[in-house]
Structure formats: structure tokens, C-alpha cells
Design a protein around this ligand. Structure first.
Ligand code: NAD
Length: 537
């Protein structure tokens, strides 16, 4: 009968040079950088250290070790699963408002006293500028906790019809087993949301964070403890992703997977779950959000300045390491000369470096593997006869993993650079004849296996409507005259179809529904007392 407070999106602070928030962020970053954090596994509320250790290094400074962390053995993983099993009864039986209060407290701590710890760890660990850290580790994280509580309350209040004399009720139970959350490196907010969204509905969880974001994930797990998350509800294990996953997915009471990451890994997880199907007590829920090949389509009527701004922000912010980052652009021939000149001028202004330094727009990419992959795509652009690098194109890994914002022009609209997810600051452009707008929409729809985000830029309303119809299945998040990144919880529920995932829309009621197993209850207030129906005479 209690009502949770109406949610509001957390406003982003500006981090102007010399602002108080910028000073606090710098001080916190300095504190975290002073010595490596010691990160333990968290099993049943206990911190578990291991002899074998992994380490996390700052992407923009090879000599800066940020954390040393435990690596889970088979016995540790088994202990984590047992802890989740034991904690389930009490956690699931807790009143919804009691669980909700923990979530609302996480939101308030993250918005207030923990804000700069979350931001500083994200800036150092994932190489984010103050703005990118703020919209992720502060605002989006806070929004997930405030809005999930609101959506879960709404789901629970959804009740069936009742005939006279009957009281029908619907109850949201957790899944009949534990949930496994596997999180990506690129968003601290996603790392926080994947284990906690199922927990809000009464599930207990094994959380395996990305090895590339151990420090920021660790701070999230400490925040959960501080807010009062009981022992055993969320158990955190770091270590060999494949081995941990094999062990977890082989358990009969595995009931759900909450995954965000690359498409190849998601497909592997689907296969492994399918192979184990006969072992499971229930049919496991799989919620998986994965890669993108996100597009911007410009119509001849597009506003040049708005388009150029969206290209630079959409393709190069956070080094293009957003699943929603613009990575293919379709530009009309009539607009091309002006657009090329304008965007080249903007790219020339973008500074690469330590993201906490004033004026820096791009930090480093996350690690060696990412650097090698992105620079291979740069080399492909240089060596393909039908491509020309028209801005950037270089990289430097001496101090950190720095890749220049790179812009490529291609005459082949089906080039690999137009189809494959690169996950770095590389944008490829195809110039189409103005008369072929309709065919270009078809091309956009057919070129890549992904369908995550996309944008149309036009002033002509008919063109906007044609694009909106023609690209209906090409993106789960579609933008009109805006960049394809930056979805806000509660405003643009996020997720894509086709190879991009199950489209269960993080931060929305759709997603939460997947973590509940409803029970329908019929109570007869005046049960019949004679078995004979009237038709019997
Ligand atoms: P990744 O697939 O390399 O790793 C994601 C997680 O899976 C990590 O925790 C990793 O340790 C684990 N993992 C890796 N191999 C595994 C295996 N064989 N078995 C089990 N687990 C395994 O992805 P990443 O580099 O961390 O993140 C980038 C990817 O995530 C991109 O493809 C991006 O598009 C996608 N992403 C999608 C969304 C979305 O909402 N659609 C959001 C963010 C990121």
C-alpha cells in the first residue's frame, strides 16, 4: 500500500574549468590513483581474497595500476552460488517497499556523497572525460535505481479483472532460481543495473563484472553494501569469464541471464544455455543486449550545423566505445562538400589525452585488444581501393591506447567498414545521389546485421516520415534530428533487435518484467456448495 516517490532524472553537472565539481572530481581521482585498490570477491557479504591476482591498468597511462583483484576459483564460484541460494528465501519474502528503500538509498548516495568516487573511478578506469563519467556513473546510474523502483511498483499494481464473488489477484514472484549478470566495461551504470534490476524483483544474483572495469565495478559493489544490500543477494566474482560461466550455467537452479556485451559472446551464451536445457528446473530467461552498427542518414534538407555536431559527438565521444556510437553515415551529394569541410574542421579541433585534463575530448580506448582491433580497421581503410581516410587515421600506444578520431569515405556502401561493429572512434561515410533517398533507406536497413540505434537528419517532414517508416526495423532506438547516443532512463528506453539483442529495454518496465514470474491467485468469496449445474435439470 506504500507509494514510492515519483522518479526524476538526475541533472548532469557541467564540470566547467574551476567549478567546484571539477575540483572534487580531480581530488578524488588523485586519491584513487595514489595506490592500487585491493579488490576482493564478495561472497555472502564477505570479502574473499585469493592468492592469484589480476590487475587493472589505466587505459591512458600504462604505468598506472589502478587495482589488484582476486580471481575466483571453482570453489569460490560454488560458494557464491550457494550464498545466492541461501539468501533467496529471505530476500524474496521481504516486502517490496523494503527492497525499494535500499535502491532509493543507493540513488541518493550516488547522487550525493558517492558521486565523485563513482565518477573518478570511471574516468580513470574507462578513460572518460568528466562529462562522459557524469552522464554514466552519476546520472544514468542514479536514474536506473530511481526509475526501476517506480516501474516495478507499477508492474506489481497491475491486477486482473474480478467477477462478482471472486477476487483475482496477481503476485510478482522472483524467478525460481538465481540470476547470472555478466557486464560490459563501457558503462558503470550498466554494470550496476544488470545485477540489481533482477534483485529488485526478489532474485539473488551472481555478478561477473568485466575485467576491464574492475575498479568502478568494485566501487558500485561497495556502494550497494553501504546502502544496506543484505549478504548473499549480489555476489561478485572476478576471473576467467569462460570457466565461471561454464560452471554457473551448468547449475540446475540457474534461472536467468542478464548480459550486455558483444554479439559473439551473447550467441555463445545462448548456445551454452540451450546445451544445458535438460538440466534446468525452469526455462531460463535470457536478456542480452549486444553490438551495434549505428547510422546517421542525412537528407538534403538537413541542418548542416546540427548534423555536423551530431556526427562529432555521436561518433567520437568516449572514443566511439558506446554500443550506440554512430559508425556509418549516409550523406547526400548536394550537401557533401560543405559537410566534409565543416566536420573536418571540427575533428581538427578535438584533443586526445588524459580525459581529466581541461580541453580534452577523447581519452584512450580500453586496452590492448581494443587498440589492435581498431588500428586494424584503420589499416583496412588505408589499404582498401574503395576507401579514403579523410580525417585522423593514426594511433599511438606509447603512453596509453590513443586512437585518433578517424573519418573514412567509401564508394562501396557494403564495405566491411559499413557493416561490422568497430567499437572505436572510426566513422565511415557513403555519399548517395540526392534522387536515391528511398533506395538509400533500403540500403541502411539491409547493410548490417545489427539494429540498435540510428538517426535521420532532415527539415523536410515528408522525408522524416519516409525514413521513420523505412527504418522501422533497422533500429530499436530511432532519433530524429539528434545524435544516436545518449538515451536517458525513463525517456528513451534502450535496446535493439536483430543481432543487437533481445530488445528488452533497460531501465523500463519491459526489462523488469523478465525478472518476475507472476502467480495468479483466484479466491472464491462464495464458493458453490452443490456440484449439479442447471443444465442437468
Ligand atoms: P565483451 O563481450 O568483451 O564482454 C562483456 C562481458 O562478457 C564481460 O564481463 C566479459 O568478461 C564477458 N565475457 C567475455 N567472453 C566471455 C565468454 N566466452 N563467456 C562468458 N562471458 C564472457 O564486451 P565489452 O568489450 O565489455 O563491451 C563492448 C560490447 O558491448 C560491444 O559489442 C557493445 O556494443 C556492447 N554493448 C551493448 C550495449 C547495449 O545496450 N546493446 C550496451 C553496452 C555495450
Amino acid at each position: 500500500m506504500f507509494r514510492v516517490p515519483p522518479p526524476v532524472n538526475e541533472p548532469a553537472l557541467a564540470y566547467r574549468p574551476d567549478s567546484p565539481e571539477r575540483r572534487l572530481l580531480a581530488a578524488e581521482a588523485q586519491r584513487l590513483a595514489e595506490r592500487p585498490s585491493e579488490v576482493a570477491l564478495r561472497i555472502d557479504g564477505r570479502e574473499v581474497q585469493t592468492r592469484q591476482q589480476g590487475s587493472v591498468v589505466c587505459p591512458h597511462r600504462h604505468d598506472q595500476v589502478l587495482a589488484r583483484h582476486a580471481l575466483a576459483s571453482e570453489a569460490d564460484v560454488a560458494a557464491a552460488i550457494d550464498a545466492a541460494r541461501r539468501a533467496r528465501g529471505e530476500w524474496a519474502a521481504l516486502d517490496f517497499h523494503a527492497r525499494a528503500a535500499i535502491f532509493l538509498r543507493v540513488a541518493e548516495l550516488a547522487a550525493g556523497p558517492w558521486r565523485q568516487r563513482l565518477n573518478a573511478s570511471t574516468a580513470l578506469n574507462q578513460s572518460k572525460t568528466p562529462h562522459q563519467a557524469e552522464i554514466d556513473a552519476a546520472c544514468e546510474l542514479v536514474d536506473f535505481f530511481r526509475f526501476n523502483v517506480h516501474f516495478a511498483e507499477r508492474l506489481a499494481s497491475e491486477q486482473p479483472l474480478c467477477e462478482r464473488g471472486i477476487w483475482n489477484r496477481s503476485e510478482l514472484r522472483p524467478l525460481d532460481g538465481f540470476v547470472y549478470a555478466v557486464t560490459p566495461f563501457n558503462f558503470t551504470s550498466i554494470a550496476a543495473n544488470l545485477p540489481t534490476a533482477p534483485a529488485l524483483l526478489g532474485n539473488t544474483v551472481i555478478w561477473k563484472p568485466s575485467p576491464h572495469s574492475v575498479l568502478s565495478s568494485h566501487i558500485v559493489s561497495e556502494l550497494l553494501v553501504e546502502a544496506g544490500m543484505p549478504p548473499g543477494v549480489i555476489n561478485v566474482v572476478y576471473g576467467d569469464a569462460q570457466a565461471i560461466t561454464r560452471q554457473v550455467l551448468a547449475r540446475e537452479d540457474f534461472a536467468g541471464l542478464h548480459f550486455t556485451g558483444s554479439t559473439a559472446v551473447l550467441r555463445g551464451l545462448f548456445r551454452e544455455v540451450a546445451n544445458n536445457l535438460d538440466r534446468y528446473r525452469t526455462y531460463p530467461r535470457i536478456v542480452g543486449e549486444s553490438g551495434g552498427k549505428d547510422f546517421i542518414v542525412a537528407h538534403p534538407s538537413a541542418d548542416l550545423e546540427a548534423l555536423a555536431t551530431a556526427i562529432v559527438r555521436g561518433a567520437f565521444e568516449f572514443q566511439g566505445q558506446k554500443c550506440s556510437a554512430a559508425s556509418r553515415l549516409y550523406a547526400p551529394r548536394s550537401l557533401w562538400p560543405a559537410l566534409e569541410e565543416r566536420v573536418q574542421a571540427l575533428i581538427a579541433e578535438l584533443r586526445l589525452g588524459d580525459p581529466l585534463e581541461p580541453g580534452v575530448f577523447l581519452g584512450a580506448v580500453i586496452g590492448r585488444h581494443a587498440y589492435d582491433r581498431i588500428t586494424e580497421y584503420q589499416a583496412l581503410a588505408r589499404t582498401s581501393a574503395d576507401c579514403r581516410v579523410i580525417a585522423g587515421g593514426n594511433a599511438d600506444d606509447r603512453e596509453g591506447f590513443f586512437v585518433e578520431p578517424t573519418w573514412v569515405l567509401t564508394t562501396d556502401p557494403k564495405h566491411r567498414l559499413m557493416q561490422e561493429e568497430i567499437f572505436g572512434p572510426l566513422l565511415t561515410t557513403y555519399v548517395y545521389d540526392d534522387a536515391h533517398f528511398e533506395q538509400t533507406l533500403e540500403l541502411v536497413d539491409q547493410t548490417s546485421p545489427y539494429a540498435l540505434t540510428g538517426a535521420i537528419f532532415a527539415r523536410d517532414r515528408a522525408a522524416i516520415e519516409r525514413a521513420s517508416r523505412g527504418l522501422r526495423f533497422a533500429a530499436g532506438n530511432f532519433y530524429i534530428n539528434d545524435k544516436p547516443t545518449g538515451a536517458v532512463v525513463g525517456q528513451q528506453p534502450f535496446g535493439g533487435g536483430r543481432a543487437s539483442g533481445t530488445n528488452d529495454k533497460a531501465g523500463a518496465a519491459f526489462n523488469l518484467m523478465r525478472w518476475a514470474s507472476p502467480r495468479s491467485i483466484k479466491e472464491n468469496l462464495a464458493p458453490p456448495t452443490d456440484y449439479r449445474y442447471p443444465f442437468l435439470g
